[in-house]
Ligand binder design. Structure first.
Ligand code: SF4
Length: 326
């Protein structure tokens, strides 16, 4: 059986929020016991509301944040506790596309320098080879004629064009893994699908493993083979994209889908119940299932015991007591 490119085992990222003189430390458990595998060339959408822990999970996987517990195995190597110097090779293999292209790209550099910087840091090629790579990267993200774009500065480009530069920069070292954190949420609706389609094309062409982080479940169908649903620091449901959209099992996933306007009246009727309330505090999360205060199906056991991840077959897994054989 093929080895996954990325294996995340019981990963936790907790932030210490206060340490009283005599009291125990308190932790905000942004990511709590998350496990999954990502195969080579596979695209996954990681979906959840703001504050669900999805950005923290992405940054912890990239080792931009130090994991609290658990393990991250990348390409057969345990990278969980590598020191910054030992992480140089990983920085080349795994990159990030950020939400805000305006903030992510240095305003004092032109596009050519922005794309050349990672090549210089990682000592890739001579001047001519770097030039070729930069022009090819601009062509791939369709910023043409490339000679025009290469010497412009970020303030001279639109949001969509800047995000194309950010994608080119994330791909220029030919990474095996890219994590894109809400890459289209700050862009005009008219260019969102264009950018997602471009990322998907490049992901397929280069066989990159991709994690697309989003709060917008409606955009995932353009992008990924798998959807992971995250809530309050936990993965709640994992399934192939079509299966999850057509046959959601977790009450939270059903609620997320219900929030998407659906032109089909049949689908509109299926999931009418959007649970009221807010995600819980991650410093003092509710016992049992973290979704129980909002769940219309909550039972006694849900308030006492955390549900296990239950395998429904075909890669579909759900963390919910409704599906446990008891
Ligand atoms: Fe609802 Fe219980 Fe399932 Fe949690 S475990 S989602 S509370 S039914």
């Amino acid at each position: 059986m093929a080895e996954p490119l990325l294996r995340v085992e019981n990963l936790c990222k907790w932030f210490e929020v206060r340490r009283g003189l005599f009291s125990k430390p308190l932790y905000l458990k942004a990511v709590d016991n998350v496990s999954f595998e990502l195969m080579r060339g596979e695209a996954v959408s990681l979906v959840g509301e703001s504050g669900s822990g999805k950005t923290t999970l992405g940054r912890t996987i990239l080792r931009l944040l130090e994991p609290t517990k658990g393990r991250i195995i990348f390409d057969g190597k345990d990278i969980t506790h590598l020191r910054p110097k030992e992480l140089m090779w990983y920085r080349r293999e795994a990159s990030l596309v950020q939400q805000d292209p305006y903030g992510a790209l240095p305003s004092f550099m032109n596009i050519y320098r922005i794309l050349e910087e990672p090549l210089l840091i990682h000592k890739v090629g001579d001047r001519e080879e770097r030039r070729e790579r930069i022009f090819k990267a601009l062509e791939e993200v369709r910023l043409t004629p490339v000679e025009d774009f290469a010497f412009k500065y970020p303030h001279m480009l639109s949001g969509g064009q800047l995000q194309r530069v950010a994608i080119a920069r994330a791909l220029i070292l030919r990474p095996k893994l890219v994590i894109a954190d809400e890459p289209v949420s700050m862009l005009d609706a008219s260019v969102r699908i264009e950018i997602l389609t471009l990322m998907r094309e490049l992901q397929e062409k280069r066989r990159i493993s991709f994690i697309y982080i989003t709060h917008d479940l409606s955009t995932t169908r353009y992008f990924s083979e798998w959807i992971y649903i995250m809530y309050a620091g936990h993965l709640m449901e994992i399934a192939p994209t079509k299966e999850l959209i057509s046959n959601p099992q977790h009450p939270y996933t059903q609620a997320l889908l219900a929030a998407i306007p659906d032109p089909d009246p049949e689908n509109r009727k299926r999931f009418r119940k959007v649970p009221p309330g807010e995600p819980p505090s991650l410093i003092n999360p509710p016992p049992g299932c973290r979704f129980h205060p909002r769940c219309p199906y909550a039972m006694d056991i849900c308030r006492r015991e955390e549900p296990p991840m239950i395998d429904l077959g075909g890669g579909h897994r759900v963390k919910c007591w409704l599906y446990a054989k008891r």
